[in-house]
Design a protein around this ligand. Structure first.
Ligand SMILES: C[S@@+](CC[C@H](N)C(=O)[O-])C[C@H]1O[C@@H](n2cnc3c(N)ncnc32)[C@H](O)[C@@H]1O
Length: 319
Protein backbone atom coordinates (compact mmCIF):
# COMPACT_ATOMS: atom_id res chain seq x y z
CA UNK A 1 0.00 0.00 0.00
CA UNK A 2 1.33 3.45 -0.93
CA UNK A 3 2.51 5.61 1.97
CA UNK A 4 -0.03 8.31 2.71
CA UNK A 5 0.88 11.95 2.37
CA UNK A 6 1.86 13.22 5.83
CA UNK A 7 0.61 16.67 6.82
CA UNK A 8 1.22 18.35 10.18
CA UNK A 9 -1.06 21.02 11.63
CA UNK A 10 0.42 23.63 13.99
CA UNK A 11 3.85 25.29 13.97
CA UNK A 12 4.05 24.68 17.73
CA UNK A 13 6.87 23.80 20.10
CA UNK A 14 5.55 20.22 20.08
CA UNK A 15 6.25 19.90 16.36
CA UNK A 16 9.61 21.65 16.84
CA UNK A 17 10.72 19.13 19.51
CA UNK A 18 9.36 16.19 17.53
CA UNK A 19 11.40 17.22 14.49
CA UNK A 20 14.57 17.68 16.60
CA UNK A 21 14.21 14.23 18.18
CA UNK A 22 12.55 11.90 15.67
CA UNK A 23 13.08 11.41 11.98
CA UNK A 24 10.52 8.65 11.48
CA UNK A 25 8.08 10.87 9.56
CA UNK A 26 8.59 13.32 6.70
CA UNK A 27 5.87 15.93 6.49
CA UNK A 28 4.96 17.33 3.09
CA UNK A 29 3.83 20.59 4.68
CA UNK A 30 2.56 22.16 7.91
CA UNK A 31 -0.82 23.84 8.07
CA UNK A 32 -1.05 26.97 10.20
CA UNK A 33 -3.58 29.79 9.77
CA UNK A 34 -1.93 32.09 12.34
CA UNK A 35 1.70 32.46 11.33
CA UNK A 36 3.56 34.67 8.86
CA UNK A 37 6.20 32.01 8.35
CA UNK A 38 6.45 30.31 5.00
CA UNK A 39 8.56 27.44 6.34
CA UNK A 40 9.09 25.71 9.69
CA UNK A 41 12.23 23.63 10.30
CA UNK A 42 12.61 23.34 6.53
CA UNK A 43 8.98 22.25 5.94
CA UNK A 44 6.68 24.51 3.85
CA UNK A 45 3.85 26.21 5.76
CA UNK A 46 0.41 26.51 4.14
CA UNK A 47 -3.04 27.73 5.11
CA UNK A 48 -5.82 25.27 5.92
CA UNK A 49 -7.43 25.94 2.54
CA UNK A 50 -4.66 23.77 1.04
CA UNK A 51 -6.39 20.72 2.50
CA UNK A 52 -9.45 21.35 0.32
CA UNK A 53 -7.23 20.45 -2.66
CA UNK A 54 -6.15 17.11 -1.16
CA UNK A 55 -7.67 13.67 -1.74
CA UNK A 56 -8.65 12.78 1.83
CA UNK A 57 -8.07 9.04 1.50
CA UNK A 58 -4.45 9.71 0.51
CA UNK A 59 -3.59 11.92 3.51
CA UNK A 60 -2.86 11.68 7.21
CA UNK A 61 -3.06 14.90 9.22
CA UNK A 62 -1.36 15.05 12.64
CA UNK A 63 -2.29 17.90 14.97
CA UNK A 64 0.52 19.46 17.02
CA UNK A 65 -1.28 21.90 19.31
CA UNK A 66 -0.49 22.67 22.94
CA UNK A 67 -3.80 23.70 24.52
CA UNK A 68 -7.06 21.78 24.37
CA UNK A 69 -8.78 24.90 23.00
CA UNK A 70 -6.44 24.95 19.98
CA UNK A 71 -6.91 21.21 19.50
CA UNK A 72 -10.68 21.69 19.53
CA UNK A 73 -10.59 24.59 17.06
CA UNK A 74 -8.35 22.67 14.65
CA UNK A 75 -10.54 19.56 14.85
CA UNK A 76 -13.57 21.76 14.14
CA UNK A 77 -11.93 23.19 11.00
CA UNK A 78 -10.83 19.73 9.88
CA UNK A 79 -14.38 18.40 10.29
CA UNK A 80 -15.65 21.22 8.07
CA UNK A 81 -13.11 20.10 5.46
CA UNK A 82 -14.35 16.50 5.77
CA UNK A 83 -11.38 15.17 7.80
CA UNK A 84 -12.31 13.09 10.90
CA UNK A 85 -10.46 12.12 14.08
CA UNK A 86 -9.16 8.53 14.05
CA UNK A 87 -9.82 8.45 10.29
CA UNK A 88 -7.62 10.91 8.42
CA UNK A 89 -6.64 12.82 11.58
CA UNK A 90 -4.60 11.91 14.65
CA UNK A 91 -3.18 13.73 17.63
CA UNK A 92 0.57 14.22 18.11
CA UNK A 93 0.48 12.16 21.30
CA UNK A 94 -0.13 9.00 19.25
CA UNK A 95 3.22 9.67 17.55
CA UNK A 96 4.91 10.35 20.90
CA UNK A 97 3.39 7.49 22.91
CA UNK A 98 5.88 4.73 22.08
CA UNK A 99 9.00 6.80 22.68
CA UNK A 100 7.48 8.41 25.78
CA UNK A 101 6.53 5.01 27.23
CA UNK A 102 10.03 3.61 26.80
CA UNK A 103 11.60 6.76 28.29
CA UNK A 104 9.51 6.61 31.48
CA UNK A 105 10.29 2.89 31.78
CA UNK A 106 14.05 3.40 31.37
CA UNK A 107 14.48 6.61 33.35
CA UNK A 108 11.73 6.49 35.97
CA UNK A 109 11.00 2.76 36.28
CA UNK A 110 7.36 3.36 35.33
CA UNK A 111 5.45 0.85 33.19
CA UNK A 112 3.36 3.26 31.08
CA UNK A 113 -0.38 2.81 31.44
CA UNK A 114 -1.87 3.28 27.95
CA UNK A 115 -5.30 3.54 29.60
CA UNK A 116 -4.11 6.75 31.27
CA UNK A 117 -3.06 8.09 27.88
CA UNK A 118 -6.57 7.38 26.50
CA UNK A 119 -8.13 8.97 29.60
CA UNK A 120 -6.04 12.15 29.20
CA UNK A 121 -6.87 12.40 25.47
CA UNK A 122 -10.57 12.06 26.22
CA UNK A 123 -10.45 14.51 29.14
CA UNK A 124 -8.42 17.01 27.10
CA UNK A 125 -10.76 16.93 24.12
CA UNK A 126 -13.90 17.21 26.25
CA UNK A 127 -12.86 19.63 28.99
CA UNK A 128 -14.50 23.08 28.93
CA UNK A 129 -11.64 24.35 31.09
CA UNK A 130 -8.45 25.29 29.29
CA UNK A 131 -5.50 22.89 29.76
CA UNK A 132 -1.98 23.98 28.85
CA UNK A 133 -0.14 21.04 30.33
CA UNK A 134 -0.26 19.08 27.02
CA UNK A 135 -1.48 15.50 26.66
CA UNK A 136 1.90 13.90 27.39
CA UNK A 137 2.35 16.41 30.26
CA UNK A 138 -0.86 15.43 32.04
CA UNK A 139 -0.12 11.78 31.25
CA UNK A 140 3.28 12.08 32.95
CA UNK A 141 1.68 13.89 35.91
CA UNK A 142 -0.80 11.01 36.35
CA UNK A 143 1.91 8.34 36.04
CA UNK A 144 3.90 10.15 38.76
CA UNK A 145 0.78 10.53 40.95
CA UNK A 146 0.31 6.79 40.73
CA UNK A 147 3.97 6.08 41.44
CA UNK A 148 4.06 8.46 44.44
CA UNK A 149 0.93 6.96 46.05
CA UNK A 150 2.89 5.39 48.87
CA UNK A 151 5.25 8.36 49.36
CA UNK A 152 4.16 10.45 52.37
CA UNK A 153 2.94 13.97 51.65
CA UNK A 154 0.42 16.00 49.71
CA UNK A 155 0.36 17.21 46.08
CA UNK A 156 0.94 20.77 44.86
CA UNK A 157 0.57 22.50 41.50
CA UNK A 158 2.16 25.94 41.26
CA UNK A 159 0.53 27.69 38.29
CA UNK A 160 -2.84 25.97 37.81
CA UNK A 161 -4.48 28.57 35.48
CA UNK A 162 -8.16 27.54 35.15
CA UNK A 163 -7.48 24.21 36.86
CA UNK A 164 -7.58 22.07 33.70
CA UNK A 165 -4.73 19.73 34.63
CA UNK A 166 -5.87 19.67 38.26
CA UNK A 167 -9.41 18.56 37.36
CA UNK A 168 -7.98 15.93 35.03
CA UNK A 169 -5.97 14.56 37.99
CA UNK A 170 -8.79 14.82 40.54
CA UNK A 171 -11.18 12.89 38.29
CA UNK A 172 -8.61 10.30 37.21
CA UNK A 173 -8.58 6.68 38.31
CA UNK A 174 -5.16 7.18 39.96
CA UNK A 175 -6.01 10.06 42.28
CA UNK A 176 -4.43 8.99 45.62
CA UNK A 177 -7.20 9.09 48.21
CA UNK A 178 -6.37 10.87 51.44
CA UNK A 179 -3.96 13.41 49.93
CA UNK A 180 -4.65 17.15 49.71
CA UNK A 181 -3.97 19.02 46.45
CA UNK A 182 -2.63 22.58 46.88
CA UNK A 183 -3.28 24.75 43.83
CA UNK A 184 -1.46 28.06 43.48
CA UNK A 185 -2.22 30.81 41.00
CA UNK A 186 -2.49 34.58 40.92
CA UNK A 187 -5.57 34.18 38.68
CA UNK A 188 -4.33 37.51 37.27
CA UNK A 189 -1.73 35.96 34.97
CA UNK A 190 2.01 36.66 35.05
CA UNK A 191 3.79 39.05 37.40
CA UNK A 192 6.47 41.27 35.79
CA UNK A 193 8.78 38.87 33.92
CA UNK A 194 12.57 38.91 34.47
CA UNK A 195 15.30 39.45 31.91
CA UNK A 196 15.59 35.66 31.53
CA UNK A 197 11.99 35.37 30.31
CA UNK A 198 10.84 35.89 26.70
CA UNK A 199 11.09 39.55 25.65
CA UNK A 200 7.49 39.50 24.44
CA UNK A 201 5.98 38.14 27.68
CA UNK A 202 4.47 40.72 30.02
CA UNK A 203 2.60 41.21 33.27
CA UNK A 204 -0.97 39.93 32.98
CA UNK A 205 -0.29 37.33 30.26
CA UNK A 206 -2.29 34.18 30.97
CA UNK A 207 -5.04 36.06 32.77
CA UNK A 208 -8.09 33.82 32.35
CA UNK A 209 -11.38 34.86 30.73
CA UNK A 210 -13.11 33.18 33.67
CA UNK A 211 -13.76 34.92 36.97
CA UNK A 212 -11.97 33.58 40.04
CA UNK A 213 -15.37 32.50 41.40
CA UNK A 214 -15.99 30.40 38.29
CA UNK A 215 -12.60 28.73 38.69
CA UNK A 216 -13.22 28.10 42.40
CA UNK A 217 -16.67 26.65 41.63
CA UNK A 218 -15.11 23.83 39.60
CA UNK A 219 -13.32 22.64 42.75
CA UNK A 220 -16.33 22.92 45.06
CA UNK A 221 -16.97 19.16 45.04
CA UNK A 222 -13.34 18.39 45.87
CA UNK A 223 -12.78 19.44 49.51
CA UNK A 224 -9.22 18.06 49.33
CA UNK A 225 -8.38 20.65 46.61
CA UNK A 226 -7.05 23.73 48.41
CA UNK A 227 -6.89 26.73 46.10
CA UNK A 228 -4.37 29.40 47.16
CA UNK A 229 -5.07 32.62 45.26
CA UNK A 230 -2.34 35.24 44.80
CA UNK A 231 1.24 35.59 43.60
CA UNK A 232 3.88 33.12 44.73
CA UNK A 233 6.04 33.15 46.79
CA UNK A 234 3.73 35.30 48.98
CA UNK A 235 0.99 32.64 49.08
CA UNK A 236 3.43 29.99 50.35
CA UNK A 237 3.17 31.80 53.71
CA UNK A 238 -0.48 30.69 53.96
CA UNK A 239 0.37 27.00 54.30
CA UNK A 240 2.05 25.27 57.19
CA UNK A 241 5.85 25.07 56.86
CA UNK A 242 5.63 21.60 58.44
CA UNK A 243 3.65 20.11 55.54
CA UNK A 244 5.41 17.55 53.32
CA UNK A 245 4.79 16.73 49.65
CA UNK A 246 5.03 13.64 47.47
CA UNK A 247 4.58 15.42 44.11
CA UNK A 248 5.04 19.09 43.24
CA UNK A 249 4.28 20.37 39.74
CA UNK A 250 5.75 23.73 38.68
CA UNK A 251 3.92 25.38 35.76
CA UNK A 252 4.26 29.19 36.03
CA UNK A 253 6.43 29.47 32.88
CA UNK A 254 8.78 32.10 34.35
CA UNK A 255 12.23 32.30 35.95
CA UNK A 256 11.56 33.98 39.34
CA UNK A 257 8.50 31.95 40.44
CA UNK A 258 10.47 28.82 39.45
CA UNK A 259 13.34 29.72 41.75
CA UNK A 260 10.90 30.68 44.55
CA UNK A 261 9.00 27.39 44.14
CA UNK A 262 12.16 25.27 44.26
CA UNK A 263 13.44 27.18 47.32
CA UNK A 264 10.18 26.59 49.18
CA UNK A 265 9.25 23.06 48.12
CA UNK A 266 12.44 21.12 47.45
CA UNK A 267 13.30 20.66 51.15
CA UNK A 268 9.65 19.74 51.82
CA UNK A 269 9.44 16.89 49.28
CA UNK A 270 9.59 13.50 51.02
CA UNK A 271 12.30 10.97 50.01
CA UNK A 272 11.03 9.13 46.92
CA UNK A 273 8.84 12.13 45.99
CA UNK A 274 9.14 14.12 42.79
CA UNK A 275 9.36 17.66 41.46
CA UNK A 276 7.90 17.95 37.95
CA UNK A 277 8.95 21.07 36.03
CA UNK A 278 7.08 22.24 32.94
CA UNK A 279 9.05 24.23 30.32
CA UNK A 280 12.42 22.92 31.45
CA UNK A 281 12.95 22.51 27.72
CA UNK A 282 12.05 25.49 25.55
CA UNK A 283 12.15 26.11 21.83
CA UNK A 284 14.25 29.15 20.73
CA UNK A 285 12.52 32.27 22.07
CA UNK A 286 10.34 30.16 24.42
CA UNK A 287 10.22 30.12 28.24
CA UNK A 288 13.96 29.63 28.71
CA UNK A 289 13.91 31.24 32.19
CA UNK A 290 12.62 28.01 33.74
CA UNK A 291 15.71 26.03 32.69
CA UNK A 292 17.97 28.84 33.88
CA UNK A 293 16.27 28.83 37.31
CA UNK A 294 16.38 25.01 37.46
CA UNK A 295 20.08 24.83 36.59
CA UNK A 296 20.82 27.65 39.05
CA UNK A 297 19.00 25.88 41.89
CA UNK A 298 19.97 22.26 41.19
CA UNK A 299 23.41 22.86 39.65
CA UNK A 300 25.31 22.34 42.91
CA UNK A 301 22.87 19.82 44.39
CA UNK A 302 23.82 16.72 42.45
CA UNK A 303 20.16 15.84 41.88
CA UNK A 304 19.41 13.66 38.83
CA UNK A 305 17.18 15.50 36.40
CA UNK A 306 15.34 13.66 33.62
CA UNK A 307 14.14 15.86 30.71
CA UNK A 308 11.34 14.86 28.32
CA UNK A 309 11.10 16.50 24.89
CA UNK A 310 7.60 14.95 24.55
CA UNK A 311 6.11 17.54 26.92
CA UNK A 312 9.06 19.91 27.55
CA UNK A 313 9.15 18.81 31.20
CA UNK A 314 11.82 17.57 33.59
CA UNK A 315 11.49 15.24 36.56
CA UNK A 316 13.71 15.60 39.63
CA UNK A 317 13.39 12.83 42.20
CA UNK A 318 14.22 13.39 45.87
CA UNK A 319 16.61 10.73 47.15
C1 LIG B 1 0.82 27.79 31.73
S1 LIG B 1 -0.30 28.42 32.91
C2 LIG B 1 -0.59 27.02 33.91
C3 LIG B 1 -1.31 25.92 33.16
C4 LIG B 1 -1.98 24.89 34.02
N1 LIG B 1 -1.05 24.07 34.78
C5 LIG B 1 -2.91 24.02 33.20
O1 LIG B 1 -3.01 22.86 33.44
O2 LIG B 1 -3.59 24.50 32.29
C6 LIG B 1 0.73 29.45 33.90
C7 LIG B 1 0.04 30.01 35.10
O3 LIG B 1 1.02 30.51 36.00
C8 LIG B 1 0.45 31.59 36.71
N2 LIG B 1 1.56 32.36 37.32
C9 LIG B 1 2.69 32.79 36.73
N3 LIG B 1 3.48 33.41 37.65
C10 LIG B 1 2.85 33.34 38.84
C11 LIG B 1 3.16 33.78 40.17
N4 LIG B 1 4.30 34.40 40.46
N5 LIG B 1 2.26 33.52 41.14
C12 LIG B 1 1.10 32.88 40.88
N6 LIG B 1 0.75 32.44 39.64
C13 LIG B 1 1.60 32.67 38.63
C14 LIG B 1 -0.36 32.34 35.68
O4 LIG B 1 -1.38 33.10 36.28
C15 LIG B 1 -0.92 31.18 34.82
O5 LIG B 1 -2.22 30.84 35.22
Amino acid sequence: MAMKKQIAWGTSKLLWFFLQNQNAVRFDYVVDDFTDRTEFCGIPVRRSGALAEERREECEVTIFAVSNRSLGEILHKLRRLGFGLSKEVRLYSEFFAESFSSRIKEDLGIEADQGLHRYVVSFTLNSRKMIHTTICGSWLFLELLNQCKSVPGDIAEVGCFEGGNALCALQSPVWPKGKAYYLFDSFEGFPDPSNYDPALSKKGDYASDLTVEEILDSFSMYPHAKVCRGFVPGTFDNISKEKRYSLVFYDCDLYQPALDTFRFFWERISPGGVLLIHDYLAEPGGFEGVRIATDEFFGAKNAALVPFWHNTMAVVRKE
